[in-house]
Design a protein around this ligand. Structure first.
Ligand code: 3PG
Length: 208
C-alpha cells in the first residue's frame, strides 16, 4: 500500500534527523534505530555520502523505511528516489519541490514556519507538514496559535526538539510526531556506539 506523509509521521513519536559522513555507518545505524523501535529514518542530503547511505539502508535494512531530508529541489527529489528513498522531507516549501515529489509519487513532508507557507503547501494539497525550525520559530505557542486558523493541518515540529521538550510538543492536538537529531549524536555515530543509539531510540519510541 502507498506510503503517505501522514503514515510516516504516525509510525513513531520521533523521526530521527540523520547526518552521515560514512557509508559504512548507514546500515549499523539503521539497524540500531530499528532495534529501538524507530523505523522511519530521515537521512539528510547534507553530506557527500548521504545518497549512498540511503541506498545502503534501502537495500540492507528492509525493516527500516529510508527517507531523504534537506530536499530543496527537483534534482534532490529525483536523486533521493533513485537512491531508494521512500519519502522526502524539505526544510521549506516551494511549489516546484511539491510538484517534483508528486510527479515522482514520493510522499513529501514539507517544512513551513509561517502562515503563508502553510497556505502555499495547502494549495498544493499538503496537510501534513513539518514545522521548521520549530523551537526557534515559536515552539509550542506557535503550534497553539496555528491550531485555530489551520485546524486541519497536522505538524511534525523539528529543530531544537530534545528528549526534554518533546513531550510538551507531542501533547498538542495538532502534533503527530516530532523530528530531531538527538537520537543520533555525532560522537556515538563516529564511535559506532550503536547500543547507545538503540537506547535513545527506545526512549524516543516510548515518548507517547
Ligand atoms: C536539522 O536542521 O538538523 C534538523 O532540523 C534537526 O535539528 P536539531 O539538531 O535541532 O534536532
Amino acid at each position: 500500500e502507498k506510503l503517505t506523509a501522514l503514515a510516516v509521521m504516525q509510525d513513531a513519536p520521533v523521526i530521527p534527523v540523520i547526518v552521515l559522513d560514512e557509508v559504512a555507518q548507514a546500515v549499523p545505524l539503521a539497524r540500531a534505530l530499528v532495534e529501538g523501535g524507530i523505523r522511519m529514518l530521515e537521512v539528510t542530503l547534507r553530506t557527500p555520502a548521504a545518497l549512498a547511505c540511503i541506498e545502503a539502508i534501502a537495500r540492507h535494512v528492509p525493516e527500516a523505511v529510508a527517507g531523504a531530508g534537506t530536499v530543496r529541489s527537483q534534482a534532490d527529489a529525483q536523486a533521493a528516489q533513485r537512491a531508494g528513498a521512500r519519502f522526502a522531507v524539505s526544510p521549506g516549501y516551494t511549489p516546484a519541490v511539491g510538484r517534483a515529489c508528486r510527479e515522482l509519487g514520493l510522499p513529501l513532508l514539507p517544512g513551513v514556519a509561517t502562515g503563508s507557507e502553510i497556505m502555499l503547501a495547502q494549495e498544493d494539497g499538503h496537510t501534513d507538514l513539518k514545522f521548521f525550525p520549530a523551537l526557534q520559530a515559536g515552539g509550542a505557542a506557535m503550534l497553539k496559535a496555528w491550531s485555530g486558523p489551520f485546524g486541519d493541518v497536522r505538524f511534525c515540529p523539528t529543530g531544537g526538539v530534545t528528549a526534554a521538550n518533546a513531550r510538551e510538543l507531542l501533547a498538542l492536538p495538532n502534533v503527530v510526531c516530532v523530528g530531531g537529531s538527538w537520537l543520533t549524536p555525532a560522537d556515538a555515530v563516529r564511535q559506532g556506539d550503536w547500543a547507545r543509539i538503540t537506547q535513545l531510540a527506545r526512549e524516543a519510541a516510548a515518548l507517547r
